[in-house]
Design a binder for this molecule. Structure first.
Ligand code: ATP
Ligand code: MG
Length: 370
Protein backbone atom coordinates (compact mmCIF):
# COMPACT_ATOMS: atom_id res chain seq x y z
CA UNK A 1 0.00 0.00 0.00
CA UNK A 2 1.38 3.42 -0.88
CA UNK A 3 2.16 5.54 2.17
CA UNK A 4 -0.63 7.87 3.18
CA UNK A 5 0.09 11.43 2.09
CA UNK A 6 0.82 13.63 5.07
CA UNK A 7 -1.91 16.20 5.65
CA UNK A 8 -0.62 19.60 4.60
CA UNK A 9 -0.32 21.67 7.78
CA UNK A 10 -0.83 25.43 7.42
CA UNK A 11 2.32 27.54 7.46
CA UNK A 12 3.00 28.69 11.03
CA UNK A 13 2.28 32.34 11.73
CA UNK A 14 5.45 34.42 11.84
CA UNK A 15 6.66 35.98 15.05
CA UNK A 16 7.87 39.07 13.27
CA UNK A 17 7.14 39.41 9.55
CA UNK A 18 9.40 41.71 7.49
CA UNK A 19 8.21 45.33 7.26
CA UNK A 20 7.43 44.94 3.55
CA UNK A 21 5.17 41.97 4.34
CA UNK A 22 3.51 43.66 7.26
CA UNK A 23 2.75 46.82 5.28
CA UNK A 24 2.53 45.29 1.80
CA UNK A 25 -0.78 46.92 0.90
CA UNK A 26 0.37 50.35 2.01
CA UNK A 27 3.65 50.08 0.08
CA UNK A 28 1.82 48.94 -3.04
CA UNK A 29 -0.60 51.83 -2.80
CA UNK A 30 2.21 54.36 -2.40
CA UNK A 31 4.18 52.81 -5.29
CA UNK A 32 1.11 52.94 -7.57
CA UNK A 33 0.53 56.60 -6.73
CA UNK A 34 4.23 57.33 -7.41
CA UNK A 35 4.43 55.31 -10.64
CA UNK A 36 4.64 58.28 -12.99
CA UNK A 37 6.54 60.62 -10.67
CA UNK A 38 10.28 61.23 -10.81
CA UNK A 39 12.20 59.25 -8.20
CA UNK A 40 15.86 58.79 -7.36
CA UNK A 41 17.12 56.10 -9.78
CA UNK A 42 16.37 52.59 -8.59
CA UNK A 43 13.90 53.70 -5.90
CA UNK A 44 10.39 52.30 -5.63
CA UNK A 45 8.92 55.40 -4.01
CA UNK A 46 9.46 59.13 -4.17
CA UNK A 47 11.32 60.64 -1.21
CA UNK A 48 8.01 62.21 -0.09
CA UNK A 49 6.30 58.82 0.01
CA UNK A 50 9.24 57.27 1.87
CA UNK A 51 8.77 59.99 4.46
CA UNK A 52 5.02 59.47 4.76
CA UNK A 53 5.56 55.70 5.08
CA UNK A 54 8.10 56.11 7.88
CA UNK A 55 6.55 58.97 9.85
CA UNK A 56 2.91 58.38 8.97
CA UNK A 57 0.59 60.72 7.15
CA UNK A 58 -3.15 60.76 7.81
CA UNK A 59 -3.89 62.23 4.35
CA UNK A 60 -2.01 59.40 2.62
CA UNK A 61 -3.60 56.79 4.92
CA UNK A 62 -0.24 55.70 6.34
CA UNK A 63 0.06 55.06 10.09
CA UNK A 64 3.06 56.39 12.04
CA UNK A 65 5.83 53.85 12.50
CA UNK A 66 8.90 55.75 13.58
CA UNK A 67 8.58 58.60 16.07
CA UNK A 68 11.14 61.29 15.45
CA UNK A 69 11.82 64.69 13.99
CA UNK A 70 10.80 65.13 10.40
CA UNK A 71 14.07 66.91 9.57
CA UNK A 72 16.09 63.92 10.79
CA UNK A 73 14.17 61.47 8.62
CA UNK A 74 14.38 63.85 5.65
CA UNK A 75 18.17 63.96 6.03
CA UNK A 76 18.29 60.15 6.20
CA UNK A 77 16.25 59.87 3.01
CA UNK A 78 18.44 62.40 1.20
CA UNK A 79 21.62 60.66 2.45
CA UNK A 80 20.50 57.44 0.80
CA UNK A 81 20.15 59.15 -2.56
CA UNK A 82 23.77 60.39 -2.38
CA UNK A 83 26.94 58.45 -3.06
CA UNK A 84 27.60 57.95 0.66
CA UNK A 85 26.05 55.41 3.00
CA UNK A 86 23.90 56.25 6.02
CA UNK A 87 25.20 55.54 9.53
CA UNK A 88 22.61 55.58 12.32
CA UNK A 89 24.18 55.88 15.73
CA UNK A 90 22.74 56.26 19.20
CA UNK A 91 21.98 54.71 22.54
CA UNK A 92 20.53 51.18 22.56
CA UNK A 93 16.81 50.84 21.92
CA UNK A 94 16.27 54.13 20.10
CA UNK A 95 14.91 52.40 16.96
CA UNK A 96 18.02 52.61 14.78
CA UNK A 97 17.39 49.13 13.41
CA UNK A 98 13.67 49.80 13.08
CA UNK A 99 14.29 53.02 11.11
CA UNK A 100 16.76 51.21 8.84
CA UNK A 101 14.19 48.48 8.16
CA UNK A 102 11.49 51.03 7.35
CA UNK A 103 13.77 52.95 4.98
CA UNK A 104 14.96 49.79 3.21
CA UNK A 105 11.40 48.49 2.82
CA UNK A 106 10.15 51.81 1.44
CA UNK A 107 13.07 52.45 -0.92
CA UNK A 108 13.85 48.92 -2.15
CA UNK A 109 10.79 46.89 -1.13
CA UNK A 110 13.11 44.59 0.82
CA UNK A 111 14.47 45.01 4.33
CA UNK A 112 16.03 41.55 4.51
CA UNK A 113 19.40 42.16 2.88
CA UNK A 114 20.99 42.31 6.30
CA UNK A 115 24.48 41.71 7.60
CA UNK A 116 24.63 41.18 11.35
CA UNK A 117 27.86 42.58 12.68
CA UNK A 118 29.64 40.62 15.40
CA UNK A 119 33.15 39.70 16.43
CA UNK A 120 32.73 36.62 14.24
CA UNK A 121 31.40 38.29 11.05
CA UNK A 122 33.48 37.15 8.08
CA UNK A 123 34.01 38.68 4.65
CA UNK A 124 32.09 35.70 3.22
CA UNK A 125 29.00 36.70 5.17
CA UNK A 126 29.24 40.21 3.72
CA UNK A 127 30.27 39.71 0.09
CA UNK A 128 29.91 36.16 -1.24
CA UNK A 129 30.99 32.58 -0.65
CA UNK A 130 31.12 29.40 -2.72
CA UNK A 131 29.11 26.23 -2.98
CA UNK A 132 32.08 23.92 -2.62
CA UNK A 133 30.57 20.95 -4.45
CA UNK A 134 29.89 23.14 -7.50
CA UNK A 135 33.20 24.93 -7.13
CA UNK A 136 35.04 21.60 -7.34
CA UNK A 137 32.86 20.39 -10.21
CA UNK A 138 32.82 23.51 -12.40
CA UNK A 139 35.29 25.95 -10.95
CA UNK A 140 34.35 29.51 -9.94
CA UNK A 141 31.20 29.98 -12.03
CA UNK A 142 28.08 32.09 -11.50
CA UNK A 143 26.29 28.95 -10.36
CA UNK A 144 28.91 28.12 -7.76
CA UNK A 145 28.87 31.61 -6.27
CA UNK A 146 26.67 32.09 -3.22
CA UNK A 147 25.93 35.81 -3.01
CA UNK A 148 25.83 37.40 0.45
CA UNK A 149 23.74 40.56 1.14
CA UNK A 150 26.27 43.04 -0.28
CA UNK A 151 26.59 41.15 -3.57
CA UNK A 152 22.80 40.82 -3.83
CA UNK A 153 22.11 44.43 -2.95
CA UNK A 154 24.64 45.68 -5.50
CA UNK A 155 23.44 43.47 -8.33
CA UNK A 156 19.75 44.16 -7.65
CA UNK A 157 20.14 47.84 -6.80
CA UNK A 158 18.76 47.59 -3.28
CA UNK A 159 19.52 48.92 0.18
CA UNK A 160 21.74 46.69 2.31
CA UNK A 161 21.52 46.96 6.11
CA UNK A 162 24.67 46.44 8.16
CA UNK A 163 23.62 46.00 11.80
CA UNK A 164 25.99 46.80 14.67
CA UNK A 165 28.87 47.47 12.32
CA UNK A 166 31.25 48.51 15.10
CA UNK A 167 31.10 45.04 16.62
CA UNK A 168 33.06 43.73 13.61
CA UNK A 169 36.85 43.80 13.58
CA UNK A 170 38.20 46.86 11.76
CA UNK A 171 39.51 44.92 8.77
CA UNK A 172 36.05 43.43 8.24
CA UNK A 173 34.37 46.84 8.46
CA UNK A 174 36.85 48.09 5.88
CA UNK A 175 35.50 45.54 3.40
CA UNK A 176 33.03 48.30 2.60
CA UNK A 177 35.64 50.91 1.68
CA UNK A 178 36.04 50.20 -2.03
CA UNK A 179 32.40 49.22 -2.40
CA UNK A 180 31.20 52.54 -1.05
CA UNK A 181 33.63 54.68 -3.02
CA UNK A 182 33.96 52.83 -6.36
CA UNK A 183 30.56 51.11 -6.18
CA UNK A 184 32.10 47.92 -7.48
CA UNK A 185 32.65 44.55 -5.80
CA UNK A 186 35.53 42.48 -7.14
CA UNK A 187 35.29 38.71 -7.38
CA UNK A 188 38.89 37.93 -8.28
CA UNK A 189 38.31 34.17 -8.47
CA UNK A 190 35.95 34.57 -11.40
CA UNK A 191 36.89 34.99 -15.05
CA UNK A 192 35.61 37.76 -17.33
CA UNK A 193 31.93 38.44 -16.70
CA UNK A 194 31.16 38.34 -13.03
CA UNK A 195 34.70 39.39 -12.05
CA UNK A 196 33.35 42.75 -11.05
CA UNK A 197 29.85 43.46 -9.81
CA UNK A 198 28.95 47.08 -10.55
CA UNK A 199 26.30 48.42 -8.21
CA UNK A 200 22.93 48.90 -9.91
CA UNK A 201 21.10 52.17 -9.28
CA UNK A 202 19.28 52.08 -5.96
CA UNK A 203 22.07 50.34 -4.05
CA UNK A 204 23.28 51.90 -0.82
CA UNK A 205 24.18 50.87 2.72
CA UNK A 206 22.50 51.74 6.03
CA UNK A 207 24.72 50.84 8.96
CA UNK A 208 23.73 51.01 12.61
CA UNK A 209 26.02 51.35 15.59
CA UNK A 210 25.36 51.48 19.24
CA UNK A 211 27.18 54.15 21.23
CA UNK A 212 27.21 52.04 24.39
CA UNK A 213 28.62 48.69 23.29
CA UNK A 214 31.55 49.76 21.23
CA UNK A 215 31.89 53.27 19.93
CA UNK A 216 32.23 54.56 16.42
CA UNK A 217 35.69 55.72 17.47
CA UNK A 218 36.74 52.23 16.64
CA UNK A 219 35.85 52.77 13.00
CA UNK A 220 38.54 53.80 10.50
CA UNK A 221 38.57 57.43 9.42
CA UNK A 222 38.42 56.25 5.81
CA UNK A 223 35.17 54.39 6.44
CA UNK A 224 33.68 57.27 8.44
CA UNK A 225 34.20 59.55 5.45
CA UNK A 226 32.07 57.25 3.32
CA UNK A 227 29.01 57.62 5.56
CA UNK A 228 26.58 60.40 6.42
CA UNK A 229 26.15 60.14 10.19
CA UNK A 230 22.84 60.64 11.95
CA UNK A 231 22.37 60.36 15.69
CA UNK A 232 19.01 58.93 16.70
CA UNK A 233 17.99 60.45 20.03
CA UNK A 234 15.57 58.98 22.56
CA UNK A 235 12.01 60.31 22.06
CA UNK A 236 11.96 63.84 23.50
CA UNK A 237 8.25 64.35 24.06
CA UNK A 238 6.59 62.52 26.97
CA UNK A 239 3.13 62.35 25.34
CA UNK A 240 4.62 60.93 22.12
CA UNK A 241 6.51 58.28 24.03
CA UNK A 242 3.42 57.28 26.03
CA UNK A 243 1.39 57.03 22.82
CA UNK A 244 4.09 54.88 21.19
CA UNK A 245 4.39 52.53 24.17
CA UNK A 246 0.59 52.17 24.33
CA UNK A 247 0.35 51.49 20.61
CA UNK A 248 3.25 49.03 20.47
CA UNK A 249 2.17 47.17 23.61
CA UNK A 250 -1.36 46.82 22.21
CA UNK A 251 0.06 45.58 18.88
CA UNK A 252 2.32 42.98 20.53
CA UNK A 253 -0.46 41.76 22.82
CA UNK A 254 -2.92 41.47 19.93
CA UNK A 255 -0.28 39.59 17.90
CA UNK A 256 0.12 37.19 20.86
CA UNK A 257 -3.64 36.65 20.87
CA UNK A 258 -4.04 38.39 24.22
CA UNK A 259 -6.85 40.85 24.81
CA UNK A 260 -5.35 42.53 27.92
CA UNK A 261 -5.29 46.33 27.91
CA UNK A 262 -2.67 48.80 29.10
CA UNK A 263 -4.71 51.61 30.70
CA UNK A 264 -3.49 55.14 29.90
CA UNK A 265 -2.55 55.97 33.52
CA UNK A 266 -0.51 52.78 33.78
CA UNK A 267 1.24 53.49 30.47
CA UNK A 268 2.04 56.91 31.84
CA UNK A 269 3.69 55.70 35.02
CA UNK A 270 5.60 53.08 33.05
CA UNK A 271 6.99 55.66 30.61
CA UNK A 272 7.69 58.25 33.31
CA UNK A 273 9.68 55.64 35.25
CA UNK A 274 11.75 54.75 32.19
CA UNK A 275 12.36 58.37 31.24
CA UNK A 276 13.39 59.40 34.74
CA UNK A 277 15.70 56.42 35.25
CA UNK A 278 17.16 56.93 31.76
CA UNK A 279 17.85 60.61 32.33
CA UNK A 280 18.93 59.99 35.95
CA UNK A 281 16.72 62.90 36.87
CA UNK A 282 13.11 63.26 38.00
CA UNK A 283 10.66 65.55 36.21
CA UNK A 284 11.00 67.91 39.19
CA UNK A 285 14.74 68.13 38.50
CA UNK A 286 15.96 65.88 41.31
CA UNK A 287 19.14 63.96 40.45
CA UNK A 288 19.10 60.15 40.56
CA UNK A 289 21.96 57.73 40.42
CA UNK A 290 22.24 56.50 36.80
CA UNK A 291 21.53 52.86 36.00
CA UNK A 292 23.87 50.75 33.90
CA UNK A 293 20.85 49.48 31.89
CA UNK A 294 19.80 52.01 29.21
CA UNK A 295 16.04 51.94 30.10
CA UNK A 296 15.21 52.73 26.47
CA UNK A 297 11.83 53.12 24.78
CA UNK A 298 12.34 49.66 23.26
CA UNK A 299 12.69 48.29 26.79
CA UNK A 300 9.62 50.20 27.95
CA UNK A 301 7.65 48.48 25.17
CA UNK A 302 9.02 45.06 26.16
CA UNK A 303 8.13 45.79 29.78
CA UNK A 304 4.57 46.77 28.81
CA UNK A 305 4.26 43.58 26.77
CA UNK A 306 5.59 41.38 29.59
CA UNK A 307 3.27 43.10 32.09
CA UNK A 308 0.36 42.45 29.69
CA UNK A 309 1.17 38.75 29.39
CA UNK A 310 1.53 38.58 33.14
CA UNK A 311 -1.85 40.21 33.67
CA UNK A 312 -3.40 37.88 31.14
CA UNK A 313 -1.98 34.63 32.45
CA UNK A 314 -1.84 35.31 36.18
CA UNK A 315 -4.21 38.23 36.72
CA UNK A 316 -7.86 38.92 36.12
CA UNK A 317 -8.17 42.17 34.19
CA UNK A 318 -6.14 44.98 32.65
CA UNK A 319 -2.47 45.66 33.42
CA UNK A 320 -2.05 47.15 36.88
CA UNK A 321 0.79 49.18 38.41
CA UNK A 322 1.82 45.99 40.28
CA UNK A 323 2.45 44.15 36.99
CA UNK A 324 4.52 47.09 35.82
CA UNK A 325 6.58 47.20 39.04
CA UNK A 326 7.33 43.49 38.71
CA UNK A 327 8.61 43.82 35.18
CA UNK A 328 10.43 47.14 35.64
CA UNK A 329 12.59 45.31 38.14
CA UNK A 330 13.17 42.45 35.68
CA UNK A 331 14.20 44.94 32.97
CA UNK A 332 16.48 46.99 35.18
CA UNK A 333 18.27 43.99 36.62
CA UNK A 334 20.67 42.68 34.01
CA UNK A 335 24.13 41.93 35.31
CA UNK A 336 24.56 44.78 37.80
CA UNK A 337 22.87 44.10 41.17
CA UNK A 338 23.36 47.79 42.11
CA UNK A 339 20.73 48.67 39.49
CA UNK A 340 18.04 46.99 41.56
CA UNK A 341 19.11 49.10 44.55
CA UNK A 342 18.76 52.21 42.39
CA UNK A 343 15.25 51.18 41.32
CA UNK A 344 14.33 50.57 44.97
CA UNK A 345 15.71 53.98 45.81
CA UNK A 346 13.55 55.44 43.02
CA UNK A 347 10.44 53.89 44.56
CA UNK A 348 11.37 55.00 48.09
CA UNK A 349 12.21 58.55 47.20
CA UNK A 350 10.27 59.44 44.05
CA UNK A 351 7.26 57.13 43.60
CA UNK A 352 6.42 57.52 47.31
CA UNK A 353 5.68 61.24 46.89
CA UNK A 354 3.54 60.94 43.77
CA UNK A 355 -0.21 61.28 44.28
CA UNK A 356 -3.10 59.50 42.53
CA UNK A 357 -4.46 55.96 42.87
CA UNK A 358 -2.15 54.48 40.22
CA UNK A 359 1.05 55.96 41.65
CA UNK A 360 -0.05 54.91 45.13
CA UNK A 361 -0.72 51.33 43.98
CA UNK A 362 2.66 51.42 42.24
CA UNK A 363 4.35 52.43 45.50
CA UNK A 364 2.54 49.68 47.41
CA UNK A 365 3.93 47.18 44.88
CA UNK A 366 7.52 48.03 45.83
CA UNK A 367 7.80 44.73 47.73
CA UNK A 368 8.02 43.01 44.30
CA UNK A 369 11.51 44.53 44.02
CA UNK A 370 12.76 42.45 46.95
N1 ATP B 1 11.50 56.63 18.03
C1 ATP B 1 10.88 55.45 17.97
N2 ATP B 1 9.93 55.23 17.05
C2 ATP B 1 9.31 54.05 16.97
N3 ATP B 1 9.58 53.00 17.77
C3 ATP B 1 10.52 53.15 18.72
C4 ATP B 1 11.22 54.39 18.87
N4 ATP B 1 12.10 54.26 19.87
C5 ATP B 1 11.98 53.01 20.33
N5 ATP B 1 11.02 52.34 19.65
C6 ATP B 1 10.64 50.96 19.99
O1 ATP B 1 11.84 50.23 20.01
C7 ATP B 1 11.81 49.19 19.04
C8 ATP B 1 13.01 49.27 18.16
O2 ATP B 1 14.16 49.07 18.75
P1 ATP B 1 15.43 48.80 17.82
O3 ATP B 1 15.82 47.39 17.98
O4 ATP B 1 15.22 49.29 16.43
O5 ATP B 1 16.46 49.77 18.54
P2 ATP B 1 17.99 49.94 18.26
O6 ATP B 1 18.25 51.39 18.37
O7 ATP B 1 18.37 49.26 17.00
O8 ATP B 1 18.62 49.20 19.51
P3 ATP B 1 20.04 48.46 19.64
O9 ATP B 1 21.06 49.55 19.73
O10 ATP B 1 19.90 47.71 20.92
O11 ATP B 1 20.21 47.60 18.45
C9 ATP B 1 10.63 49.46 18.17
O12 ATP B 1 10.07 48.25 17.74
C10 ATP B 1 9.72 50.27 19.03
O13 ATP B 1 8.90 49.41 19.76
MG1 MG C 1 19.63 47.65 16.57
Amino acid sequence: MPPKPKSASPAPALQRPAVEELHAEELQRLAAADAALPKPPGWRLTPQSVLSFVLGDAAAGTPAKFVGKRALVERCVVALATNRGLMLIGEPGTAKSWLSELLAAAISGDSTLTIQGSAGTTEDAIKYSWNYALLLAEGPTERALVPAPLHRGMSRGQIVRFEEITRCPLEIQDTLLSVLSDRVLHVPEMKDAGRAVYAAQGFNVIATANTRDRGVNEMSAALKRRFNFETIPAIGDLAEEIALVERETARLLAHAGVGTRLPREVAELLVVTFRELRAAQTSEGRALEPLTTPMSTAEAVSTGFAAGLHANYFGSGPITPEHVALHVAATALKDAPEDLKRVRHYFQHVVKDRRGPHWEAYYRARHTLD
